[in-house]
Write a protein that binds this ligand. Structure first.
Ligand SMILES: NC(=O)c1ccc[n+]([C@@H]2O[C@H](COP(=O)([O-])OP(=O)(O)OC[C@H]3O[C@@H](n4cnc5c(N)ncnc54)[C@H](O)[C@@H]3O)[C@@H](O)[C@H]2O)c1
Length: 252
């Protein structure tokens, strides 16, 4: 019996990095995984790697109609949704003085609107089955400290942190058996961190403060936390913000 046996879990941004690791670890423990992403090739590859009943659906999280389609197809195909991992996200390095309106809007449309639609329609889908449910929102250590070189990104992750808490309380007050928690990774080796052109002062500070030992985080460091929050092992944990950063957090 797996730790998430029979649970239907939807992972956005599952074509690479953290989303791919989440999908694989959830499937390994008995979940039926729905992988979604704008990257079709990577998404299909993840569904294959996860194996079992895993499927891929093309899905732009910034598009509300696309959310409705993906959630309806999931329920039509598998009968229910138990777990939603709001993982898709982008980063564009730019300070408060440099960031353009276009960059700001693009980041908010994916990182903030995408999670808003996921929470809004995810709750109404998950609550229908009457089983324990879990929504896991991928925020960042950027939501907890000053990240001037990632101004718009940090703002979007702050919104994810605060939407998580309001949604968690809403679910409790409404009598829904759905928990909503946020994860705050810091410096995990994925395409996103590889694409950052030059180390910023914040990155250098993080690296300087990195304790000896495991070093930079790996996608599985986050995926095993997702697995725990997806499973009923964490059924009494709700509305928390959990750093996954090996205490590399630095002061603002
Ligand atoms: N890697 C880190 O150090 C780190 C740290 C903190 C938070 N995070 C967060 O974790 C999440 C995953 O990041 P990652 O490091 O795996 O990055 P990644 O770039 O490897 O993966 C992000 C995925 O999101 C997808 N995506 C982008 N725009 C999308 C859209 N509009 N709709 C659907 N999918 C879309 C991409 O195609 C990609 O597959 C992000 O939300 C990121 O902000 C990452």
């Amino acid at each position: 019996m797996g730790r998430v046996e029979g649970k239907v879990c939807l992972v956005t941004g599952g074509a690479s990095g953290l989303g791919r690791a989440d999908a694989i670890r959830l499937a390994e423990q008995g979940a039926i995984v729905v992988v979604t992403d704008v990257d079709v090739t990577g998404g299909e590859e993840t569904a294959q790697l996860a194996g079992g009943d895993a499927i891929f659906m093309e899905h732009d999280v910034s598009n509300e109609d696309a959310w409705l389609d993906v959630l309806k197809t999931t329920v039509d195909k598998f009968g229910k949704l138990n777990v939603l991992v709001n993982n898709a996200g982008i980063v564009i390095p730019a300070s408060p003085e440099e960031v353009t309106n276009e960059q700001w809007r693009l980041i908010q449309s994916i990182n903030t609107d995408g999670v808003f639609y996921g929470i809004k329609h995810g709750i109404s889908t998950i609550k229908q089955n009457g089983e324990l449910g879990s929504i896991i929102n991928m925020s960042s250590t950027a939501a907890m400290q000053g990240y001037p070189a990632y101004f718009a990104y940090a703002a979007s992750k702050g919104a994810v942190r605060s939407m998580t808490k309001s949604a968690a309380v809403h679910c409790v007050q409404s009598g829904y058996k759905i928990r909503v928690n946020s994860l705050h990774p810091g410096g995990i080796a994925t395409q996103m961190t590889a694409n950052i052109p030059t180390p910023t002062p914040e990155m250098l500070e993080i690296m300087k403060n990195m304790p000896p030992g495991p070093g930079i985080g790996q996608p599985d460091d986050v995926a095993y936390t997702v697995l725990f929050l997806a499973s009923d092992e964490s059924k009494h944990i709700n509305g928390v913000e959990l750093p996954v950063d090996n205490t590399t957090i630095i002061s603002p």
